[in-house]
Write a protein that binds this ligand. Sequence first.
Ligand SMILES: [Zn+2]
Ligand SMILES: [Zn+2]
Length: 306
Amino acid sequence: MVSHVFHDYSSFENATTVAGVFQNFNKLPNLSLAEKIWGSIYYYIGNDLFATGCIFFFVHEVVYFGRSLPWFIIDRIPFFNKYKIQDTKLPSSQEQWECFKSVFIHHFVLEAFPIWFFHPLCQYIGISYEIPFPTYKTMALQLAVFFVLEDTWHYWFHRALHYGVFYKYIHKQHHRYAAPFGLAAEYAHPVEVFLLGLGTVGIPIVWCYFTRDLHLFTICVWITLRLFQAIDSHSGYEFPWSLHNFLPFWAGADHHDLHHHYFVGGYASSFRWWDYLLDTEAGPEAKAHREARMKLKAEAAQKKSI
Ligand SMILES: [Zn+2]
Ligand SMILES: [Zn+2]
């Protein structure tokens, strides 16, 4: 079976090895290195459905555990303790090992089945996987839209998960670690993984359903960035160079650590605006501000009534 990743293989020489396939793509003009690698993977595997499934599984595993590893190492280097937000609560090796096992098993069990439906779904919705890729500008714009929409999805569903029975039977698992660490980002009940994961995977699908303009590579970049965001926000570390010090509306670890510490408030994933606008910021400082505002309001109302 020949892959549909490229439209013209007339200049290709017969190749049976990965290196040989890459050489064929390397000779094509006007392709970036990423496009050549992408094309080679599809062509070499020779089954587009299988290739899409493999790419997605690989991206998720490599990025998730690859990004969690530096945080695991940092936890073991005393120099970094001064940057730890809850500095008395370093995760033990036992805790991290149990978390790793749970997340790893979930990845295999929960993804093994649906991942093979992703390629047919892409074809049905019109998500392209051919090379060349879209322009950087198109990709950046779509990524920005996904970030804003996912953050909104996450805010409302995460807030709902803190409600009575939902918390008790679903979200409590994720709150096992009051002082989170990178690997704990996806440590959650399968229902929560599905519900919040839908914000990450479902939003690009709905976007493409309406616009008919999305590339699978953009989804890979999106998932990578979203995993970085999720893992870093669970890292438990606040540095002078952390992103939110430069982008005040970026949530980061500072925001999510307070959520794990106090259980109430700080429901959004990437940005701070929903919690700010709806007065659900977490932590004693936010609580003090809230109480001061309520006091002022009550005093003003009392004055009016006199
Ligand atoms: Zn929560
Ligand atoms: Zn969390």
